[in-house]
Design a binder for this molecule. Structure first.
Ligand code: SAM
Ligand code: SF4
Length: 323
């Protein structure tokens, strides 16, 4: 599919749940967000149908996200069914990693290619603070299991917040040098609770500067799996560091993605409230050609670029859109 700005759209991010076992401070309020009823959330077979339609339109890669995708019942079966769809070359997943220790091998066996694991600190107490309830030991078990299962390259998503974890930038860089882990520093976006709290965003250029003063950064080629990150190897190290500059230098001109929310809305842009309902027509028995037309319409509505710097004026949290 091509949008009105001549971008090829071949990547679909699917939020398979709006529920989460953590309450990260920049993502959700302590009490969580109002959850949709089970009947409002896409059933697994509905997700598979929509993925098949999307694959018929040229979507080749799907990422499962949420909420926390691993709290969704039968997620392994979902991965198996998605992996069997002709034309889908890669199924990946973004997770907080808490349940990955016990699930990594079955996910790999079902056809999952790789995982991104969110980990904003290497310190046990800080991890509990930022997630409000998480145990970092479980995340490490998840990371080790992902490596052992071959869900590679294993990427760690690290959101840097000034005054919270910006003193750990070099610790993460060292980790990427010593282990086969790919650290992706993500600029904090003013979305949901992060918008309300005004928590401090740190520009990627500053993070990169701090790392390059200690470790020479060797640019890595742009791979299909790099997404919006610009990646570097550190001084011949085993892993890499990447920077996602959603705020300081947006990558909208290279955007190749569409989002499907847990309650069945196609969302042309993370930071734009326009959504198109596809669950209603699906449940009303629309034929696949009609569903395909809804996908095409969503793609045609993609804006040229996001307007994050104008502030967040929307009703949804990141966990409801699928970060
Ligand atoms: N629960 C899963 C997890 O945490 O990996 C998947 C969903 S979560 C919404 C996806 C990613 O969005 C995580 O890496 C998280 O750190 C990131 N995220 C959430 N709120 C954010 C914000 N305001 N700015 C930047 N990244 C954010
Ligand atoms: Fe849950 Fe992920 Fe949001 Fe943290 S970032 S609260 S793990 S959805």
């Amino acid at each position: 599919m091509q949008d009105t700005f001549h971008r090829q759209i071949n990547y679909l991010r699917i939020a398979i749940t709006d529920r989460c076992n953590l309450r990260c401070r920049y993502c959700m309020p302590a009490t969580g967000v109002p959850l949709k009823g089970h009947q409002d959330i896409l059933r697994l077979e509905e997700i598979v149908t929509l993925a098949r339609v999307a694959a018929g339109l040229g979507i080749t890669r799907i990422r499962l996200t949420g909420g926390e995708p691993l709290v969704r019942k039968n997620v392994v079966t979902l991965v198996r069914e998605l992996a069997a769809i002709p034309g889908l070359e890669e199924i990946s997943l973004t997770t907080n990693g808490i349940f990955l220790g016990t699930m990594a091998f079955s996910l790999k066996e079902a056809g999952l290619k790789r995982v991104n694991i969110s980990l904003d600190t290497l310190k046990k107490d800080r991890y509990r603070y930022i997630t409000r309830c998480g145990n970092i030991t479980s995340v490490w078990q998840g990371i080790l299991a992902a490596l052992a299962a071959g869900l590679t390259p294993v990427k760690l998503n690290v959101v840097i917040t000034r005054g919270f974890n910006d003193d750990e930038i070099l610790d993460f860089a060292r980790l990427a040098r010593e282990e086969p882990l790919h650290i992706r520093f993500i600029e904090l976006m003013p979305i949901g609770t992060a918008a309300a709290s005004g928590a401090g965003y740190v520009p990627a250029e500053e993070i990169m500067g701090r790392i390059s003063r200690i470790y020479p950064l060797e640019p890595l080629p742009d791979l299909a799996t790099s997404g919006p990150a610009v990646n570097f190897r550190l001084d011949g190290g085993r892993g890499s560091v990447g920077f996602i500059t959603a705020m300081s230098n947006h990558f909208c001109s290279r955007c190749n993605r569409l989002r499907l929310t847990a309650d069945g809305k196609l969302r042309p842009c993370l930071y734009w409230d326009g959504e198109i309902d596809i669950k209603g027509p699906l449940r009303a028995g629309a034929p696949e050609a009609e569903l395909a037309a809804i996908f095409t319409r969503a793609v045609s509505l993609k804006p040229a670029e996001h307007c994050m710097k104008n502030g967040w004026r929307q009703s949804r949290a990141m966990s409801q859109i699928g970060g």
